[in-house]
Design a protein around this ligand. Structure first.
Ligand SMILES: *Cc1c(COP(=O)(O)O)cnc(C)c1O
Length: 433
């Protein structure tokens, strides 16, 4: 019997790379089985090393909002490549990029480019701490802000207890300065603030969560945090690494009309290249070196090839805002289709959707925070994942991920996804009546 190439590659990868992958969720641990090794992608499709084609809803975890291999982005990169890959000196495109971001994201007045979302959030809280002279931050249970020490903190047991590290290697001293609150719970945040007067530098939040699956802020939640921050002199940070340029050209802040003091960006901003950025009010960003005292640097930051890709992407999004209507319609169509199929099958699982982000949670609870997300049947999600994969649909390899639609998905593709979804639900229902 022939061993599939993906399986052979994964076995070899495990000899040389921890767990065989360069980022954990790729390993399929949460769903079982062997990860597909991807060879190429075009439009709405990815192709694996065994020659299989899949319609996909990951899009590199968000960046490929125009589908794979968009010609304008490809052309920008191949043009840029002619002029060397890196200078470590300022370039014209960095200025254009900064101007474009400031023009698109409502609350950003000045911006600094970095190389990943992790760098963006890590730097943003350093600036918030430097600006306020305070050490503590508040984050929300189930929100992910990259892998810097301060953010790898699980829920504290009570509203005012200190966080404990989620991962070995995170020093207790660092963990102590990260306080956690349940998502969509303003009272818990107020309690934390009251218990730590004058000590909180920043509240950081995914304004729409993608990282416990897709979870929406309830009416008044983002606004309520805004007023707590205003009253207490706390820096309000929207982590829009996922939602930026996705939920609208100006991200979640534009969509909800709530303006943070600082914003972190990533994913779409690089058009598929490794790019991140953080920005905000001018008086805060002027604290960043060399304008101010807070140090932050990067040898490859603002890399010319990455800037070319990102700028081509942002230019397109800024000048084709009708695509957000198309993405919203695609998202609504899928969510409605999934709900209709479930009604037909007598199932009552939860679909959370906004714009081009959605998650089908295998729970009948309303999913509004981390505990309700965790009430999902993870075994069932694994079965569903493989049932979809067998039908040529590639989804996120964990219940706690959002799917990301691209403009490359046409109506026929959406129909195909809805059909596969109904068949997959039927199949797992037959196994688990
Ligand atoms: C992906 C993500 C990050 C981390 O970005 P990386 O580029 O993976 O370091 C941070 N915050 C949010 C909300 C994300 O979705």
């Amino acid at each position: 019997m022939n061993i599939p190439t993906s399986q052979a590659l994964f076995e070899k990868a495990n000899q040389f790379i921890p767990g065989g992958v360069n980022s954990p969720v790729r390993a399929f641990k949460a769903v079982g089985g062997t990860p597909l090794f991807i060879k190429s992608a075009k439009g709405p499709y990815i192709f694996d090393e065994d020659g299989n084609r899949y319609l996909e809803l990951i899009n590199s975890w968000g960046p490929m909002i125009l589908g794979h291999g968009h010609e304008l982005v490809e052309k920008a990169v191949s043009d840029a490549v002619q002029h060397s890959f890196s200078f470590g000196a300022p370039t014209r495109r960095e200025v254009e990029m900064a101007e474009r971001i400031v023009g698109m994201v409502p609350s950003v007045e000045k911006v600094r480019m970095v190389n990943s979302g992790t760098e963006a959030t890590m730097s943003a809280i350093r600036v918030a701490r430097g600006f306020t002279g305070r050490d503590k931050i508040i984050k929300f249970e189930g929100c992910y802000h990259g892998h810097a020490d301060s953010f790898l903190i699980a829920a504290g047991s009570g509203a005012v207890t200190f966080g404990t590290p989620d991962s070995p290697g995170v020093p207790k001293g660092v963990a102590q300065d990260t306080l956690t609150a349940p998502y969509n719970n303003l009272e818990a945040v107020q309690l934390l603030v009251d218990a730590n007067p004058g000590q909180i530098a920043a509240i950081i939040i995914e304004p729409v969560v993608g990282n416990m699956g897709c979870v929406l802020p309830e009416t008044g939640f983002l606004e309520g945090l805004r007023s707590i921050c205003d009253k207490e002199g706390i820096i309000y940070i929207f982590d829009e690494v996922m939602t930026g340029f996705r939920l609208s050209k100006g991200g979640a802040q534009e969509r909800f009309g709530v303006l943070p003091d600082m914003t972190t960006l990533g994913k779409i901003i690089g058009g598929g290249m490794p790019v991140g950025a953080y920005g905000g009010k001018e008086e805060i960003m002027n604290y960043v070196s060399p304008a101010g005292p807070v140090y932050q640097a990067g040898t490859l930051s603002g890399n010319p090839i990455a800037m070319a890709a990102g700028l081509a992407m942002l230019d397109y999004l800024d000048t084709h805002q009708e695509i957000y209507l198309q993405l919203d319609q695609s998202g609504v169509k899928l969510a409605q289709g999934f709900r209709a199929s479930m009604e037909k099958l007598g199932l009552n699982y939860t679909v959370n959707q906004i714009g081009s982000m959605y998650t089908l949670f295998f729970t009948d609870q309303v999913v509004r925070d981390f505990p309700s997300a965790k009430s999902s049947d993870l075994g069932l999600y694994g079965k569903y994942f493989h049932a979809m994969l067998n039908r040529g649909i590639y989804l996120g390899a964990s219940q706690f991920e959002s799917m990301f639609l691209s403009t490359a998905l046409e109506d026929s593709h959406l129909e195909e996804i809805m059909r596969a979804n109904e068949e997959s639900l039927k199949e797992i229902l037959a196994e688990h009546p």
